[in-house]
Write a protein that binds this ligand. Structure first.
Ligand code: SF4
Length: 695
């Protein structure tokens, strides 16, 4: 941590890491950040912060930063530093050549949840106008796309239902597939405060995460389910609620679609969904399921908080709908202290989704096939838009390998490290004629790139990040872009070079004005308002002039809440004699996702490698000793890492993180994905572990 004494100015901005979206004052001396001080009036953090936001910002000025554009003809050639003009012309020529040879739909791009909403808006607009297709997807594809699908089907919009402060009124907190202590630390502290005041806690997680037992907190029920059995578990909880008459029938009758409710009720009350029927499959005691269900339904206001342990499964979307069913059946929607709340991983996952970076949806989650909506964008953007949905990220990879997809722009996302089945991803990237990577560092994906466009850190950005509670927070630049250009300017220049001259913003505020003009849920948002009020939660428009802390208060966004039949379909990823253990993956407190940022800060000293957590009994039968190297093998690949023997694991389940490219945990993971959204099934991989003579 640099400390140069007394600051001579401060800039109020937003953390670049998780979806809590903490506000910080950057204390500056000249152009140098002295320290980041959590902002006491920040509406998401109330003056609190964690070790990432407070200390891990040094990557912004790290020596590995690339600040000059680079190009090369072949990926085996060395990089050549060039001017912005030359790099952008080279990139545009390559994309145009691909389109001439392989057709308009042979190129596309991926937006980043680490970039601002404005930067994301400009990329999806470039793809729809200058590229002329809908081949735009977001890195949220691999994390919360099932949230988008599931909450839209049931409630009508893709968004968490509550603000964070709402947890302070919850009587029962159910945490499913999330580890807030490590991944959303500031919100975890707020949740723990409520638990210490006496709120009850149910944790459904294969691991004994910190919340199960930590200082002055002990979960009332820990349901240590086998990875991949979420839907069976949530159905069993709902079965108890429905068969024991624990529902809020008044809420259902008044607020929900009764036809869908009837179908769901017939399904959920079937004996196949009883705790006794699913206990063995889930690996959870039937009585514990029954008691947890009773607590959720009768303990007062009940709130569900969930993370990627819900979404990153072949039934991720089904599980999201299962939780929504349960919340509606018990009337736990529309007031403070309840709800279905996704804990978003990256700072702007919500925003990148809101901004229309989906191949089937325009900004505001409106179908690209809706002629009226499309027409409003066509008029504003002065271009006819393609009305056919484009490729999702996994389709892009498959189409690249089959020779139909040849050019790609990847903004702030290291797909070669973060996406599953690394071999498959690398084969796809190698098949491209033009790969453009925009990032701070030469990441793993850049090994396959022809153009590298240097990006800007959050300390150089002007715009907004939208957090997990739909809060639109300002990100303000504390220094000029080290690259000479803001990222939206780079995208705009590329769009111009590709023939779309109508894109001509002069600052990020103008982009937000366009977002507000074309996206009804953002109609009341402007930089001027955000600068005046601090932040606001969407929807913010004439119907909700002060923003919306709690969704679905008087009615669901879709009108009546829709129940969905959520049949449990086991994953096709099976253990057998060769691969008898299940690997599940996650994060640790000091590191962030693929580690591109945190590995370049002093946080790396706290935890410098990925390790494999394994239960003592599984370690003993394999002759594995604590701290020794092991090989980890799946049907897809093999890697090696150090073992940590831990009672936190259930027997039969092992766990690792994916923060370090040296480990490359995604060499192991499969290409299985959510049936509705293709979100990868990172959480279930059959593996074997053995002692290794390594290093
Ligand atoms: Fe940043 Fe999240 Fe930590 Fe807040 S909780 S400081 S947003 S990483």
């Amino acid at each position: 941590v640099i400390d140069h004494g007394v600051p001579n100015r401060t800039v109020l901005t937003t953390c670049a890491y998780c979806g809590v979206g903490c506000s910080f004052k950057a204390e500056m001396r000249g152009d140098q950040v002295i320290r980041m001080v959590p902002y006491k009036d920040g509406k998401a953090n109330h003056g609190h912060s964690c070790v990432k936001g407070r200390f891990a910002w040094g990557y912004a000025t790290h020596k590995d930063r690339i600040t000059q554009p680079m190009i090369r003809d072949k990926i085996t050639d060395p990089w050549r530093e060039v001017s912005w003009d030359e790099a952008i012309k080279f990139a545009a020529d390559g994309l145009k050549k691909a389109q001439e040879k392989y057709g308009r739909k042979s190129i596309g791009g991926i937006t980043s949840s680490r970039c601002t909403a404005e930067e994301v808006w400009v990329v999806q607009k470039m793809i729809r106008t200058a590229f002329g297709n809908n081949n735009v997807d977001t890195c949220a594809r691999v994390c919360h796309s099932p949230t988008g699908y599931g909450l839209k089907q049931t409630f009508g919009t893709s968004a968490g239902t509550q603000d964070f402060d709402s947890v302070e009124e919850a009587d029962v907190i159910m945490v499913i597939g999330a580890n807030p202590t490590d991944a959303h630390p500031v919100f975890a502290s707020q949740m723990k405060r409520r638990l210490r005041q006496g709120a009850k806690l149910i944790v459904a997680d294969p691991r004994k995460i910190d919340l199960v037992r930590s200082a002055h907190i002990e979960a009332d029920y820990h349901l240590p389910l086998k990875p991949g059995t979420n839907v069976a578990l949530i159905n069993a909880i709902a079965h108890v609620v429905a068969t024991e008459g624990l529902m809020d029938q008044g809420f259902v009758d008044e607020r929900c679609d009764l036809q869908s409710y009837k179908e769901w009720f017939d399904f959920i009350t079937d004996e196949i969904n009883s705790p006794e029927s699913v206990a063995a499959e889930c690996g959870v005691d039937a009585d514990a399921i029954r008691e947890a269900a009773r607590l959720y339904a009768t303990g007062g206001k009940a709130a569900i908080y969930y993370g990627l342990g819900v979404t990153e499964h072949s039934q991720g979307s089904t599980m999201v709908m299962g939780m929504a069913n349960l919340a509606m059946a018990t009337g736990n929607i529309g007031v403070r202290g309840v709800g279905v709340n996704p804990l978003r991983g990256q700072n702007n996952v919500q925003g990148s989704c809101d901004m229309g970076s989906f191949p089937h949806e325009l900004p505001g989650y409106r179908s690209i096939e809706d002629q009226e909506v499309r027409g409003s964008f066509e008029q504003a953007w002065q271009r006819e838009l393609d009305g056919v949905p484009g490729f999702r990220i996994p389709n892009m990879f498959d189409e690249a390998i089959s020779g139909h997809y040849k050019g790609m722009y990847v903004q702030g996302e290291d797909i070669a490290q973060s996406d599953p089945n690394t071999k498959h991803v690398e084969e796809a990237l190698r098949s491209l004629d033009m790969l453009i990577v925009q990032d701070l560092f030469l990441n793993e994906t850049a090994r396959f790139a022809h153009v590298f466009l240097p990006g800007t850190s959050f300390l150089e950005k002007d715009g907004t990040f939208i957090n997990a509670e739909r809060r639109i927070n300002r990100v303000r630049p504390v220094m000029k872009p080290a690259t000479g250009l803001e990222e939206w300017e780079v995208t705009q220049r590329l769009a111009n070079e590709m023939g779309y001259a109508e894109m001509n913003y002069t600052n990020a505020s103008e982009i937000m004005d366009e977002i507000a003009a074309l996206t009804p849920t953002f109609a009341g948002v402007s930089f001027e308002r955000l600068d005046r009020e601090g932040s606001v939660q969407w929807p913010c428009n004439d119907d909700a002039p002060d923003g919306t802390p709690i969704m679905h208060v008087d009615g669901f966004v879709r009108g009546k809440g829709a129940f969905v039949v959520t049949e449990y379909v086991p994953t096709t990823e099976k253990t057998n004699r060769k691969f008898p253990l299940i690997l599940t993956t996650g994060r640790i407190l000091s590191q962030y996702n693929v580690g591109a940022q945190t590995r370049r800060t002093s946080n790396i000293d706290w935890w410098g490698e990925d390790v494999l957590e394994i239960h003592p009994s599984d370690a003993e039968t394999r002759g594995i000793r604590d701290g020794h190297w092991v090989s980890l093998r799946s049907r897809k690949g093999e890697t090696s890492l150090r073992a940590v023997i831990s009672e936190r694991m259930a027997p039969g389940v092992v766990y690792t993180t994916f923060h370090h490219p040296e480990t490359g945990a995604n060499v192991i993971t499969t290409e299985n994905s959510d049936w509705a959204t293709n979100c990868p099934e990172y959480k279930v991989t059959a593996v074997e572990v053995a002692p290794a003579n390594h290093k």
